[in-house]
Design a protein around this ligand. Structure first.
Ligand SMILES: Nc1nc2c(c(=O)[nH]1)N[C@H]1C(S)=C(S)[C@@H](COP(=O)(O)OP(=O)(O)OC[C@H]3O[C@@H](n4cnc5c(N)ncnc54)[C@H](O)[C@@H]3O)O[C@H]1N2
Ligand code: MOO
Length: 578
């Protein structure tokens, strides 16, 4: 404390009425001042917080409890207990005490400890220098324009970040074309200046898959394993070239990531002297049956939602090439190599990506629509967290019945009544109108088989032209019902091309793999395609009764009905309900 160094025995009778009077010594101790004068009985020395205690003193009195007196004296109004406001040497750390153990990760707090001990240099484990290389003729770096048939290099960024997260120092050396000579030179350079080489792509059976052949020339013993019984990740290649690990991860980003975490992370962490990663698990129930390949341990990413009887784990089900599951999933489940499926209702252990389950404020499960993103974005801006799972209208209805979601967006036509959505409601469900989506025939602008024609005329032109190629939709899609109505018994070329999404239909026409298909107006607009309107589809929201009054649900419904949102939806090509 800022005050006076004293002898406690001098102040035993001090009080407001009868203060103790002490003579001031002729020095003031600031921090960093070495005391010269001893505090003898009847004296006090002014001292600053943190100043070293003079010989003889055994307590400090705060200046607030004192008052200057005449003739170089000071009056004290309170007794002091011996040791008061003094930290003695060894109270923080004793001589010989261990302050930091080998193997500790040095962060701000540990650096503080070292600095306080006066330690400027410590011996640390080197960060592994990890070279990251992507391979494939098709790869384009993020930020560059995507050329036809190009694919953005996601693995370079993913693997570099994952290396850093696990204690390494990543140098991303770029994406290399499938040119054996150049790739070999790049691999040799990378190995010369790094401790580990991690590549991705080109490890399965394709003509351009050359990297694993190069490894055999880079050093001994070479390839240790090529192919693992994992899904995703089968073609993983593990090698050691003259003492340095060389890894080729599969090209598909999901496959690359799972094998990286399963097989590479433990090695990197051990080499970096980091403790093993701690995986946190939680149990959940599966809403659907999941089929699995016999003979390969399968990892499936899942998103968790709170159901009535605990957590439900929705599988992402998008396959090795999909990247969105990473950000939408909460974790993954593991299916034994000897199981060919997991039944609906099965209890599973979910390994979490984050230390806790993130329970969202609002859960939306059902049919996806780009219009939905507009509404969701608006309430996310207000700080409401939203989990939106695209499982189709029927999946949404089932989730609503099980109490797993607050809202289920659906667009289901009841063939008997010709009424949308309402006939599908069960007890405890309410329908809130969403918006309408005009379905129609899409084509490339300028195609005279379609340009300026009615739907009937266009269909006549299509059926008269054997060169005209269509793209269909999957069974069960509302759009498929429309297509079948248009075609009657006709089966034009392309009929068996049956993708599962509006986006895929638009892409097929845009990229000239088909000349026409049926999708919604906003999709045609976004892809710059011509459009012949057919009929309007109703996209509405099932609200689960027990959620109706919840604040996030109210916020969603308010955002939905606001005039600014209705304008934004209209601008995006949707039309108002009702
Ligand atoms: N005949 C067989 N074909 C395939 C087999 C097989 O056993 N026999 N295995 C399949 C499995 S399983 C996987 S996984 C893939 C992985 O193959 P590769 O490691 O050779 O990968 P690529 O063919 O180079 O690429 C696959 C896919 O991923 C894209 N890719 C590649 N690099 C990147 C990157 N850096 N960022 C984003 N995307 C990337 C690439 O464009 C391809 O689309 O092989 C199956 N085939
Ligand atoms: O092993 Mo591959 O990753 O299943 O597609």
């Amino acid at each position: 404390m800022d005050g006076f160094a004293v002898r406690a025995a001098d102040l035993t009778t001090a009080s407001e009425l009868h203060p103790a009077r002490l003579m001031l010594n002729q020095e003031t101790i600031a921090c960093g001042t070495v005391p010269q004068v001893a505090v003898v009985p009847g004296t006090a020395t002014p001292i600053a917080t943190g100043g070293p205690l003079p010989r003889g003193a055994d307590a400090v009195v705060m200046s607030e409890h004192s008052q200057p007196a005449e003739n170089g004296a000071v009056e004290m109004f309170r007794p002091a207990s011996p040791g008061q406001f003094i930290s003695s040497a060894g109270s923080d750390m004793a001589r010989g005490e261990v302050v930091l153990r080998a193997g500790s990760i040095i962060g701000a707090r540990e650096i503080g400890m070292l600095a306080a001990c006066g330690t400027a240099h410590v011996t640390v484990a080197c960060k592994l220098r990890v070279a990251v290389v992507s391979t494939g003729d098709e790869l384009v770096q993020p930020g560059e324009p995507l050329r036809p048939a190009g694919i953005y290099d996601a693995n370079g960024a993913i693997i570099s970040a994952a290396v850093i997260e696990n204690g390494g120092e990543a140098s991303f050396l770029g994406a290399f074309a499938d040119d054996e000579e150049k790739l070999e030179a790049a691999m040799r350079d990378a190995l010369a200046s790094h401790d580990v080489l991690i590549m991705s792509g080109g490890t399965s059976k394709g003509a351009g898959d050359i990297s694993y052949r190069i490894i055999e020339r880079l050093g001994s013993p070479g390839i240790i394993a090529h192919g693992v019984a994992l899904k995703p990740g089968k073609p993983l290649c593990l090698a050691v070239c003259d003492g340095k690990p060389v890894i080729i991860l599969p090209g598909f980003p999901t496959s690359a990531m799972f094998t990286f975490h399963d097989m590479i992370v433990p090695v990197l962490r051990r080499l970096a002297r980091l403790p093993p990663r701690v995986d946190i698990q939680t149990s959940a129930q599966l809403p659907f049956r999941i089929a699995s390949e016999l003979g390969r341990t399968e990892y499936v990413m899942v998103s968790l939602v709170q159901g009535r009887d605990g957590l439900t784990a929705y599988a992402s089900g998008k396959g090795s090439g999909a990247i969105t599951a990473f950000t939408q999933a909460d974790g993954f489940i593991r299916i034994d190599a000897l199981a060919d499926h997991l039944p609906a209702g099965e209890n599973v252990q979910v390994t979490l990506f984050t230390p806790q389950v993130r329970v969202p404020d609002l859960v939306v499960i059902g049919s996806h629509c780009t219009g939905l993103d507009l509404v969701v974005s608006k309430i996310v801006q207000k700080g409401i967290s939203v989990r939106s799972l695209a499982v189709g209208s029927l999946g949404g209805l089932a989730a609503a019945r099980r109490g797993e979601c607050d809202l289920a967006p659906i667009h289901l036509l009841d063939a008997q009544t010709g009424v949308y959505n309402r006939p599908f409601l069960a007890e405890g469900m309410e329908l809130v109108p969403g918006w309408r989506r005009m379905q129609g025939i899409i084509f490339r602008s300028g195609d005279m088989r379609f340009e300026g024609r009615s739907a009937a005329e266009a269909m006549k032109a299509v059926l008269a032209d054997p060169e005209c190629m269509m793209v269909n939709r999957n069974q069960g899609a509302g759009t498929r019902i429309l297509i079948d109505q248009l075609l009657g018994h006709a089966r034009p070329d392309g009929y068996w091309n049956q993708p599962r999404s509006h986006t895929a239909v638009a892409a097929a026409v845009e990229q000239r793999r088909a000349d026409w298909g049926v999708t919604i107006a906003p999709m045609a607009r976004a892809a710059g395609l011509g459009f012949i309107p057919l009929t309007e589809e109703h996209y509405d929201f099932v609200v689960v009764a027990e959620s109706r009054e919840r604040e996030p649900v109210q916020a969603f419904l308010e955002a939905l009905s606001s005039s600014s949102m209705q304008d934004a939806l209209e601008q995006a090509g949707f039309s108002r309900a009702g």
